[in-house]
Ligand binder design. Structure first.
Ligand SMILES: C[S@@+](CC[C@H](N)C(=O)[O-])C[C@H]1O[C@@H](n2cnc3c(N)ncnc32)[C@H](O)[C@@H]1O
Length: 191
């Protein structure tokens, strides 16, 4: 299964390197580092941008409660179909669209706001206007106190995150190809 996933991911990367941003899925070290940021009792609605072959998706589903929902937004058709075919879990709702459409996707599920949004999409290759649309719609999609968790291979997105969310907490995970930066943004106050 994992070999199949890795081959699928690498093949898709060769076709769309900018959209994927990495030739291999996240390492187990990066995944466990990211998941430490979740309080699973409070994680009733989780959104994932760019699930790829579902490396992080599967681990989140293992931790989420039976009444929780996971909305996975993937803009690559092959990867979205791969995810639908390979993860059979009623809590998972996969949508083939851009993260920019997160509010519409949540509305379609009759959900007002998410508790957590986690994102591995390569913000550094996304034009500024589209990047800010995604970030502003993410802010609007979170409940007050909700958390936006971003992992990236560069710090290029940081000024845009600060522009939309205010102060950003940063961490690093070196045990990944490439070493990753983790940004934790909280939705505090009105904007
Ligand atoms: C670096 S990969 C991360 C894959 C997986 N989450 C992991 O950690 O192994 C980035 C993913 O984001 C997807 N993606 C890129 N731009 C996107 C967008 N605007 N909306 C949704 N997904 C996007 C890509 O197709 C790819 O699956």
């Amino acid at each position: 299964m994992q070999l199949n996933d890795n081959l699928m991911f690498a093949r898709t990367f060769l076709r769309s390197p900018k959209m994927l941003g990495s030739a291999i899925p996240s390492s187990r070290y990066l995944i466990s580092h990211l998941l430490r940021h979740f309080d699973w009792q409070k994680a009733k609605t989780v959104v994932e941008y760019g699930p790829g072959v579902g490396t992080i998706t599967r681990q989140m589903l293992r931790n989420m409660s039976s009444d929780a929902k996971l909305l996975a937004i993937e803009s690559n058709q092959e990867l979205a179909e791969h995810l639908k075919e390979n993860i059979d879990d009623p809590r998972l709702h996969t949508r083939l669209t851009s993260a920019a459409n997160v509010r519409k996707a949540l509305n379609g599920m009759r959900i007002d706001a998410a508790d957590y949004v986690i994102s591995g999409i390569p913000f550094s290759t996304i034009p500024r206007k589209e990047r800010l649309t995604i970030l502003r719609n993410t802010w609007k999609s979170l409940r007050p106190g909700g958390v936006f968790l971003v992992y990236q291979f560069s710090g290029a997105v940081l000024p845009s995150l600060e522009e939309v969310f205010g102060p950003v907490h940063q961490e690093f995970e070196l045990r990944n190809v490439l070493p990753a930066r983790i940004f934790r943004c909280e939705k505090n106050g009105a904007k």
